[in-house]
Design a protein around this ligand. Structure first.
Ligand SMILES: C[S@@+](CC[C@H](N)C(=O)[O-])C[C@H]1O[C@@H](n2cnc3c(N)ncnc32)[C@H](O)[C@@H]1O
Length: 224
């Protein structure tokens, strides 16, 4: 049963927290849902693991790590030797991550530029299910701008690019926009033969809905 908004706001603390976050962190917040699960993207993780199998002392950033399951899976299943930093704008989620997964060389930090910079630079940056807005999935939505402008997506990509080492990778999944349309994308090459299509709307840099399918590439390598 759908609860009427004010009632839900009063009785559902998780919902209330998210609504307050949407209001108070409007400028920096991307996707506000905290949904996640352990090993959510096995085929993408596996491919990234293969690409970096010869590289020692990797430093990985999980941007938008939510309650920490992504970091846990990366560490336990794919990158046991790496230093992994998880960051999230939702303090409640971050607190949960800190409490539930304490390991050497795993850090959970606030999503503030200074903090993220301090732990960098990184060899791999995962941005999974962060750069999107739930309203952009609606059938009627033809123009994304009021919900989630391209410039907001691109602005964060530009910041993160500064922290990514040459030869490093950006992994961007479940996004409303195409990484290859950003102004820094000329420094990157998509890993060939990726076939990670999703049935979900895609918007262009003018915020117009242009497809009902994502692009197939999720992994982009920064050229040296
Ligand atoms: C749907 S969850 C994705 C969790 C995980 N990456 C996954 O794919 O399962 C989106 C997360 O992005 C976080 N987020 C949104 N804007 C952010 C920002 N500016 N900095 C860091 N995290 C952010 C949200 O708080 C939320 O936890």
């Amino acid at each position: 049963m759908k609860i009427w908004f004010p009632l839900k706001y009063i009785f559902n603390s998780k919902y209330r927290y998210r609504k307050n976050l949407e209001r108070n962190q409007k400028r920096n917040l991307h996707h506000s849902s905290e949904f996640t699960k352990y090993n959510r993207y096995p085929s993408i993780f596996k491919l990234v693991q293969t690409l970096y199998s010869n590289q020692e002392s990797l430093k990985i950033l999980s941007f938008g790590c939510s309650t920490g399951e992504e970091v846990k899976a990366l560490r336990e299943l794919y990158f046991p030797e790496a230093t992994i930093v998880g960051t999230d704008i939702n303090k409640k989620s971050l607190d949960k991550a800190i409490k539930s997964y304490r390991k050497e060389n795993v850090y959970f930090i606030k999503s503030e530029q200074e903090e993220i910079n301090k732990h960098g630079p990184y060899d791999i940056i995962f941005c999974m299910a962060v750069f999107q807005h739930r309203k952009n999935r609606d059938i009627a939505t033809q123009n994304s701008e009021p919900h989630y402008p391209f410039l907001k997506f691109e602005g964060t990509i530009i910041q993160l690019d500064k922290l990514l080492n040459k030869g490093g990778a950006f992994i961007i999944e479940h996004t409303d926009y195409n990484f290859l349309e950003t102004s820094i994308s000329n420094k990157y090459t998509p890993v060939p033969n990726q076939n990670f299509y999703r049935n979900r709307p895609l918007y262009n840099k003018n915020n117009e809905r242009i497809s009902e399918k994502s692009i197939p590439e999720k992994i982009f390598i920064k050229q040296g």
